[in-house]
Structures are given as structure tokens and as C-alpha cells.
Design a protein around this ligand. Sequence first.
Ligand code: APR
Ligand code: PHB
Length: 389
Amino acid sequence: MSTTQVAIIGAGPSGLLLSQLLHTRGIDSIVLERQTREYVEARIRAGLLEWGTVDLLNEAGVGARMMREGLAHDGVELAFDRRTHRIDLKALTGRRVMVYGQTEIQKDLADARVASGDRIVWEARELAIHDFDGRRPRVSYTHGGERGEIECEFIAGCDGFHGVTRASVPKQRISLHERIYPFGWLGILAQVAPVADELVYANHARGFSLCSMRSRTRSRYYLQCPLDDTVESWPDQRFWEELQARLPDKYAARLVTGPSIEKSIAPLRSFVAEPMRFGRLFLVGDAAHIVPPTGAKGLNLAVADVRVLYQAIVEYYRAASETLLDEYSSRALARVWKATRFSWWFTMLMHRFSDETFAYKMQLAELEYITGSQAAALAFAENYVGLRC
Ligand code: APR
Ligand code: PHB
């Protein structure tokens, strides 16, 4: 039997960042991850950071490469009806966003954890959590065929949407709220220069598209696609032609194409579980909530949860106070619901849901309003760069 202060389930960005932050305050944790490090680092995910996320990564001491290689953006473009409009995030809110892939953050975090010599158990299988309502919770698992057990004071459920921690909570103690969207996002990564200096979100009669990037020489593009579509039915040539058809002329003309490095389809979902705390079990990040990628709030919300939990655990050990632990769920959920609303709204605004012309005209009218009114542009911008709470 091992002991630690905080057992962290899952070595995604939530789990590793929490572990790293606790380490900076001398609080011990063990991270248990079902997959290998290589598997976790190969997952391609979104790449847009709110500045609050940038600040916390720096505070954790893992921001050096991000500050060197990340691209700070002052604005974002909304395209519709063959036109583009820039929303000047910096002028409206005084804040910017950072383009830096989650894959890179994952590597930076794992490097920092390994350098600190702290414990991460990769390939921990058959994991179960016990007694999280009592003062000495336990985690059991197997590793390489051997059974392991950890006694701890807190369990952080950072094990994503399909994890075991949320599923261990009795049904009558948790409420689940969900919306499934009737389409997916087909994404590709390609070693070509991005079509624009900033991100372009495009509403088009053929469906939504997004032009994003990972660097000045690597692009990330997405197309709205049917849920039952397959990657095999989208050879590179078809992808580029469809993207070109959905972009305003000025970008269609300068799109640089090339072989894809990665191609995948992801469904879109909004999901919130509440509360986020059960005795000494705390749900963090995707374990508690999922947003559709429109607006890239997923990682930023996970990092915001980590900040709240980290402060609460530090306060517990520093001042023997449980006040912030008691407030964890309500503080985290206040932000979660606002970001859930923004992601849902932005998804509804930009995608093709049906052939109904009325719905399309309403989207265009709203886009005209956002790009034509200072007040509406500010409401969009302050959500996009990240609300202060
Ligand atoms: N035992 C141990 N580990 C598990 C288990 C389990 N039973 N189930 C899941 N895990 C691991 C997964 O293998 C994964 O590595 O938990 C980790 C969860 O990581 P993420 O899914 O990345 O979730 P999170 O760290 O909260 O990150 C949120 O990542 O998923 C994106 O869009 C999301 O950007 C957001 C961010
Ligand atoms: C990405 O670069 O992967 C990305 C950027 C912005 C989004 C979603 C995804 O809204």
C-alpha cells in the first residue's frame, strides 16, 4: 500500500497540471493513467488558449516553450455571406488569445513531471476508487499484472468523459445534462502555411468550416460533416475542394493545400455533471463537462477547474480550512455553465442544421448584428477571450 496526499486519476492536461501545481507547493500526489505516455501524447486536440490558461501554465513553470513558440492573436475573423469581418479582441477587451496545441502542452507537462521525479503510473488498469465519502479514500488498480493500492486524502477525477470516477458516483447523487448535435467535425493537420494570420470561423450554406493553425507552417482545418461520415470517404483532395467551396473568395484563392498528417472525425456534444464534488472526490475537466469545439473552451475550462481545486487544496494544507474545498463545485460550475452557453450558442450560430432558409437568415442577421454593433461584438469577444469568472 502506498500513501499520498492527492491521488489523481488521469494524465491528460487536467491531471498533469494539477499534479505539477501541487508539487510547486510541496503537496504530494500520484497520477494513475490507463494509457501509455506515447498514446496520450499522440492525441490531437484543440489549440487555442485563453490568457488565464497561459498565466496558470506559466505559474506552474511549464510555459517557457509556449511563450517562445505559441502565436498570440489579437483578433479573430467571422466569415459569412461571402464576406469576412474581423473582431478585434484586443481593442474590445484588452486581452488576446494564444495559439499553441494541446499536444504540446501535454508534452511540456509530462516533461516537467518526469523532471520533478514524481510518481506517474502509466498503464494503470482496472482502477477503482473506494471510501471517497470518508477521510481516507483509497484507489486500487493493477499494473503489469500486479495489484496496487493507494491511500490518500483526496481523489481528483481527471479521467475524462469516459473515465471511472464520475461513473463511481451513485446515480441519485449526480445530475447529468446533455445535448448531442446532429453533425461532427472532420479535422485535418497539414504542413502548409495557414490561409490567414488569425483564425477564421466560416458560416456557409454548405456547412461550417474553421481555419486554424499550429504554427506559421502548420495548419489545422475543420469541416462540419454528417455524423455517420468516415475518414476514408474524405481523401485529401475532396477535403481541400470542400474547404475551398466554403471559404470566402479572398481565402479560397490563397488556400495552400498539401498532404494531411492527421485526419479524424469528432462528434459534438454539450455535457455537464453536477455537482462536481462528492465527499473527498473532485471531478475536474472532461470528467465533469464536455463542450462542442466551437470556441475551443474544453481545455480552458479544464484548466479553470484545476485552478480552483489547486487553490482549495493549498488552503486546506496551509490553513486547515475546508472553505474553498466546500466552494469548489459552485465556483467551477459558475464558469462551466457560462462557457457551455457560449459554446452552444456559437455552435448554433455557425452550423447548418437543416435546409430551412428561415434558420439560415436568422444566423446571417445575428452575424450582421455581432459584426455591426460594438456592444454585440464586445459580448462575443469577452466570451471568446474567456470570462473573468
Ligand atoms: N483509469 C486511469 N486513467 C483513465 C481512466 C481510468 N479508468 N479513464 C480515462 N483515463 C485517462 C485517459 O486515458 C486520459 O489520458 O484520463 C485522461 C483524461 O484526459 P482528457 O480526456 O484529456 O481530459 P482532461 O485532462 O480533463 O482534459 C480536458 O482535453 O479532452 C480534451 O477537449 C478536452 O481540451 C479538453 C481537455
Ligand atoms: C484548433 O486549432 O484546433 C481549434 C481552434 C479553435 C476552435 C476549435 C479548434 O474553436
